[in-house]
Design a protein around this ligand. Structure first.
Ligand SMILES: [Zn+2]
Length: 269
């Protein structure tokens, strides 16, 4: 019996003579794998459907617990993302995060919606790239259960917004006074009293308020803010990245590539 599912294509590999092995993200079933029959053949209707970042409706049949795509249509395409290398490399990084934090058979409607929003903003050049990246990283940390508590200093309960540090590994904030006074440590230290790894990142009022906003806003509004101060944006960007990578306990080759593209772009501008 034929079935159909909506999914965003996040990975494609050649398979057999003319097939493609696709990894898609669907709202209902999370990550799914489909063998798209004949999708690499120039005569196949699936050729244009089964392309990276296409959000597709795929018809498939099941055999020996595998899914075989036989026909489909494109709901929304993001092929213009590959027009510029920085956008393409950011999309690849966000996709790699998504593959890391989603599972087969685990519904992922929020992650799918957020990723589609981010891809849309990359394609349409709607938001600064570092903003899209930071929002998705914070969102990914949050849906993975690592959302930091940013309400007040975890030790004294003060709500200072300057001289505040993000305590990455403990998912909390500490004021400078607590760090220097009570604990007698310099915020730049690398180990805490248990000699465990400790990462403290300096925040400012703007970066902190933005982080709070992103973590509490509904998905449709999460990208709707503007940070005019480049230093605050840099702090936000660094905090989001360091926070996610340390909680997922891994790095991403696509992030290294995105960084190298950015560095190259800055070098020629
Ligand atoms: Zn404090």
């Amino acid at each position: 019996m034929k079935k159909a599912i909506d999914g965003l294509i996040l990975r494609e590999r050649p398979s057999g003579e003319s097939d493609k092995l696709l990894t898609l993200l669907s709202a209902e079933e999370g990550r799914i794998t489909v063998i798209a029959k004949g999708a690499r053949s120039s005569r196949s209707k699936l050729l244009s459907v089964c392309q990276m970042y296409n959000y597709v409706n795929l018809e498939y049949y099941e055999k020996n617990e595998l899914r075989f795509g036989s026909a489909g249509s494109v709901n929304e395409n993001f092929f213009r993302i590959s027009d510029d290398l920085e956008g393409a490399s950011l999309a690849a990084y966000l996709s790699e995060i998504t593959l890391e934090i989603t599972g087969e058979g685990v519904p992922a409607p929020d992650i799918l919606r957020m990723l589609l929003n981010c891809l849309y903003c990359i394609r349409e050049n709607k938001k600064p790239r570092q903003q899209i990246k930071a929002v998705f990283e914070l969102f990914a940390a949050s849906v993975s259960g690592f959302s930091p508590d940013l309400n007040a200093c975890a030790e004294c309960g003060c709500v200072a917004s300057e001289d505040v540090w993000l305590d990455v590994m403990n998912g909390r904030i500490l004021c400078g006074e607590c760090l220097r006074g009570h604990r007698g440590v310099d915020p730049s230290f690398e180990e805490d009293e248990y000699r465990a790894r400790s990462i403290l990142l300096p925040m400012d009022a703007n970066a902190l308020a933005t982080m709070r906003y992103v973590l509490s806003a509904p998905i449709a509004r999460a990208l709707s803010f503007r940070v005019n101060d480049s230093e605050s944006m840099a702090r936000l960007e660094r905090a989001a990245e360091v926070y996610l990578l340390n909680h997922l306990e891994r790095s991403f080759p696509t992030l290294d590539f995105y960084r190298s593209v950015k560095k190259f772009d800055q070098g020629i501008n």
